[in-house]
Design a protein around this ligand. Structure first.
Ligand code: R5P
Length: 325
């Protein structure tokens, strides 16, 4: 036989940005691995530097970063880490961005607007990413913005587990807080065996984060409503929706959301009496001062670790979601 024989062994490398190190450490722990020690710093003028303390040559590298505030800084740090891996001859590089940055800018709503989610995909590609892994993309079509494989994971199994014993399907209605979430809420309603309601929400295109509720379609009177959303930013969407549901006769409102962005004033307004409970995951860090007694933060590391394992072993990510991913 001609050529050079190799053992065929692969090497998994996990590196993390500085945004949410606890999540990266939990992922490494779940995988029975360790993060590669990394020297990441910010210089006095704001420039970021990153260098890995071990060889990454020939590795299957996963770059974990959580895009919390200051989001541009953490995005830039991840790009710089990708560049460092590419120049250090990593064989394959996967961006692990549990909360995809700029996902809400996924189309031109008005003339002369950017499509920043596409720009982010281009930046990842230019920096050296071969693939992307993310959870509950704001819009599924963002997968098509990146010219390469995108593993789109769903937090639903993690969140559902938390609710399945505490909610009675005979009095439950799953509610989509806006038109954009209907498809996902519909899957929740199937899984829980509960009807679906939809809220018609309107935004003022000239004022960021302002919302008003116009109409509710579906059975909510005398029912416990489970509001399902991909993210909670300022909390206004959820609080306005909960107020409208209560006004329409709902006897309880619970909330499930994947990404706890929690910009001000989210943590204050979400403690409103109209909301009984909020359940989120830790795709983004939720510091102690942003937690309250009716908030539950579920760990997302096991889901990410399993997906990383499947990608590394050339297994199936789809198999993790009953064939839906
Ligand atoms: C909207 O399309 C999203 O799914 C969220 O509902 C929204 O971005 C949350 O923002 P906020 O909490 O500031 O209302």
């Amino acid at each position: 036989m001609s050529g050079i024989e190799t053992t065929g062994s692969k090497r998994l490398v996990l590196v993390s940005g500085r945004a949410h190190p606890a999540l990266a450490e939990q992922i490494a722990h779940e995988l029975g691995s360790e993060l590669v020690p990394t020297d990441a710093r910010t210089f006095a003028n704001g420039e970021i530097y990153a260098r890995f303390d071990e060889s990454v040559r020939g590795s299957d590298a996963f770059v974990i970063q959580s895009h919390t505030a200051p989001i541009n800084e953490w995005l830039m740090e991840q790009l710089i880490m990708l560049d460092a891996l590419k120049r250090a001859s990593a064989k394959r590089i996967t961006v692990v961005a549990p909360f995809y940055p700029y996902a809400r800018q996924d189309k031109k709503g008005r003339g002369r607007e950017p499509i920043s989610a596409r720009l982010v995909a281009d930046l990842f590609k230019a920096a050296g990413a071969d693939r992307i892994m993310s959870i509950d993309l704001h819009a599924a079509q963002i997968q098509g913005f990146f010219d390469g494989p995108v593993d789109h994971l769903f937090a639903m199994p993690v969140l559902l587990e938390e609710f399945k014993n505490s909610l009675d399907p005979s009095t439950l209605t799953v509610v989509s807080p806006d038109m954009g979430r209907v498809r996902v809420a519909d899957i929740w309603s199937d899984k829980l065996g509960a009807p679906l309601a939809i809220i018609h929400k309107r935004r003022d295109p000239l004022v960021p984060n302002q919302v008003s509720v116009h109409e509710i379609i579906g059975p909510v009177e005398g029912r416990v409503c489970l509001l399902v959303d991909d993210l909670i930013d300022t909390g206004r969407t959820i609080v306005k929706a909960a107020e409208a549901l209560k006004k329409a006769g709902a006897i309880g409102v619970v909330v499930a959301a994947t990404h706890a962005v929690f910009s001000s004033p989210a943590t204050e307004i979400l403690q409103s009496d109209v909301i009984d409970r909020v359940v989120v995951t830790d795709t983004l860090p939720v510091p102690e001062d942003k937690r309250w007694d009716r908030l539950t933060v579920l760990p997302i590391a096991p889901l990410l670790a399993r997906a990383i394992h499947e990608v590394f072993e050339d297994g199936s990510v789809t198999s993790m979601f009953d064939g839906a991913a």
